[in-house]
Ligand binder design. Structure first.
Ligand SMILES: *Cc1c(COP(=O)(O)O)cnc(C)c1O
Length: 393
């Protein structure tokens, strides 16, 4: 069985490109060119150099000694929190901005919910001197003022989406509308392994640098490139896709995807798509998504903005359906405690998204000589207010 996208962008029964006809030329131009562009030597040189000099890669693979002692197993943290801008998202936006330049695009659009992807996009647009328009729900603009300020400082225009629930899905609709109106000069930077083919495959390839580095670094530290487990949180699924990528076809390496259970999987306030989702189409891709019996998308909930998404990308839907990855879910409370635990044990303040991945050590037992790699997708600076309120700091 293959766990990568086929030529039509399918992962098993999931994926594809379910788009309005008006969007076809834009997506088709990207689909027809992305692999050839990514294989160009000059593209790879520029991409690798920016990852090194600008993002600060390779990020360390850090042996977490005190955390390992607590759970009586060998835990390594892949430190994506040390990337420029504070999370893995920039690996993808660097790749896509280079792609946009190769395709002669001069204008960049993006949608953002909590603002993390908007900031990562505004960052690379500033780096390359390209115009940047970020669509964001009106309510999210109010809730995420610091990220809105960051985007403005970086030179982006933030356009409020005023329709519907005035959140991420409405911002996505606005971005798609913009792209349809500007097919020639504009590239749409999607922030996770979601959207119509070729986005999930392209984003997974850009993020695969994470598992490539893990292989090399683990060989240096342990004399073998394969850990026993790789663990990552899943919102749309891009940091998990990057951490899993090189191990997809190595069954000895167990993959664990951690979703946000919010206030409890069956509380009505959750984002645990693998448990609650059914097959449907969201953002141009056939995948698992949370929906009402008549197919309306259900509003998801998680304390962490990055996991607050009603679907998962098609690669993850397939990893779940095929059993290749184990899917676990973690509540707000479990994640918050695991986050604080990492602060006290290792001196690292994690993003609340990443704290979900860390929380599974309380439930799942590992053997003392198991090598467990946790992808620490981001740092907790952006979550300080949530930590302050939650713990009464
Ligand atoms: C956005 C974000 C996520 C969730 O996105 P994925 O595409 O699932 O990786 C996870 N962690 C952090 C720190 C994020 O900013």
């Amino acid at each position: 069985m293959s766990y990568n996208a086929d030529e039509m962008g399918y992962y098993g029964e999931f994926g594809g490109a379910y788009i309005p006809e008006m969007l076809y030329p834009n997506v088709e131009e990207l689909r027809a060119n992305y692999l050839a562009v990514m294989q160009e030597e000059s593209f790879q040189e520029e991409f690798q150099q920016l990852l090194k000099e600008y993002v600060g890669r390779p990020t360390p693979l850090y042996f977490a000694k005190r955390l390992s002692e607590k759970y009586n197993t060998k835990i390594y943290l892949k430190r994506e929190d040390l990337c420029h801008t504070g999370a893995h998202k920039v690996n993808n936006t660097i790749g896509q901005i280079l792609m946009a330049k190769r395709l002669n695009k001069t204008r960049i659009i993006a949608e953002t919910g909590a603002g993390q992807h908007g900031v990562a996009t505004a960052t690379v647009c500033a780096l390359m001197g390209l115009e940047c328009i970020v669509y964001m729900g009106e309510i999210d603009i109010e809730r995420q003022a610091p990220n809105v300020a960051r985007m403005k400082m970086l030179g982006a225009t933030v356009v409020p989406a005023m329709s519907g629930s005035k959140t991420l899905k409405d911002a996505t609709n606005e971005a798609i509308r913009d792209w349809i109106s500007n097919p020639v000069d504009t590239h749409y930077i999607i922030g996770s392994v979601v959207g119509p083919h070729p986005y999930p495959d392209m984003v997974a390839r850009f993020q695969s640098v994470i598992s490539k580095e893990i292989k090399t670094q683990l060989t240096e530290k342990e004399g073998r490139s394969n850990p026993d487990y790789v663990i990552a949180c899943v919102g749309g699924g891009s940091n998990a896709a990057g951490a899993f990528y090189e191990y997809l076809d190595i069954p000895e390496v167990s993959l664990i995807a951690v979703e946000a259970a919010g206030k409890g999987v069956h509380s009505g306030e959750s984002a645990a798509t693998s448990v609650l989702g059914k097959v449907g189409v969201i953002h141009g891709s056939k995948t698992l998504l949370m929906q009402t019996p008549d197919g309306q998308i259900t509003e998801p909930y998680s304390i962490s903005a990055g996991l607050d998404y009603p679907g998962v990308g098609p690669m993850h839907a397939h990893l779940f359906a095929s059993g290749r990855a184990e899917f676990l879910s973690v509540t707000d409370d479990e994640a918050m405690l695991a986050g604080l635990d990492l602060c006290k044990l290792e001196g690292i303040i994690p993003a609340i998204e990443s704290s979900h991945a860390l929380a599974i050590f309380n439930d799942k037992k590992f053997k003392p000589d198991d090598i467990v790699v946790v992808n620490l997708s981001g740092r907790g600076d952006k979550d300080l207010n949530t930590y302050i309120t939650y713990f009464n700091l």
